[in-house]
Design a binder for this molecule. Structure first.
Ligand SMILES: [Zn+2]
Ligand SMILES: [Zn+2]
Ligand SMILES: [Zn+2]
Ligand SMILES: [Zn+2]
Length: 219
């Protein structure tokens, strides 16, 4: 426990702490060994010698010159960040929808609907969900149920639909059904800007990214 608290304290004191609630991407410069396309202008990123930018959370790809035009649509963190895409039934129960990123699909990705190969090395084409990793053709997507099953890590993931902002700087977490995430809440009246939630989970890319920075500092 003391280790966790020390990690939290370190996060809170970092001046470069990214604003994880803004939806902004977290870019790093990288080259791409296979054809990759910019999610802003849709043109090729230019091969291994030309460095593009990749978001470490959602793998959005852009040219350096296009980064300022990218939408703030990074991987969702809280219920509010899901916005109008949220699925709400007549009883007011909410369900997490898929969060789609266009193009740059893994090699030999298959469409969940028609089971045929999807994605392309020739253009930005077809979609993958940032949470469950489902890949789907543009034309097949309307027939896919909108609810996201959260993929193989679902028992440990805290979906953004379970993180409600109840005041400016505090959140309430609702335990998703049939899941068992390990959470530690730290309320910070001592200089921290947000309540951070520590979440121990091995497959870091499946996690809710609010939780990711703390985890990374810890390991
Ligand atoms: Zn571009
Ligand atoms: Zn991103
Ligand atoms: Zn999904
Ligand atoms: Zn298909």
């Amino acid at each position: 426990m003391e280790e966790w608290l020390a990690a939290l304290s370190a996060v809170s004191q970092r001046q470069d702490q990214p604003d994880l609630l803004s939806g902004r991407h977290h870019w790093y410069a990288t080259s791409h060994a296979r054809p990759t396309y910019c999610n802003v202008c849709r043109e090729a990123l230019g091969g291994v010698t030309s460095h593009g930018l990749s978001c470490e959370l959602c793998k959005c790809k852009v040219h350096k010159k296009c980064a300022s035009k990218a939408l703030n649509n990074c991987k969702w963190t809280t219920l509010a960040s899901v916005g109008k895409d949220i699925i709400e039934d007549i009883d007011g129960n909410i369900t997490m929808p898929h969060q789609w990123m266009e193009g740059n699909l893994p090699v030999s990705a298959k469409c969940l609907v028609c089971d045929k190969t999807c994605g392309s090395v020739l253009r930005l084409q077809d979609w993958r969900c940032l949470w469950c990793r489902t890949t789907v053709h543009t034309q097949c997507r309307p027939t896919l149920p909108p609810a996201c099953p959260l993929g193989p890590a679902r028992v440990s993931v805290v979906p953004p639909t379970a993180l409600h902002s109840i005041q400016d700087e505090s959140w309430e977490a609702v335990r998703p059904q049939a899941s068992s995430p390990l959470l530690v809440f730290v309320n910070s009246k001592s200089g921290m800007k947000h309540i951070y939630i520590i979440f121990t989970f091995t497959f870091i890319h499946y996690m809710n990214c609010v939780l990711q920075t703390v985890h990374r500092l810890h390991i």
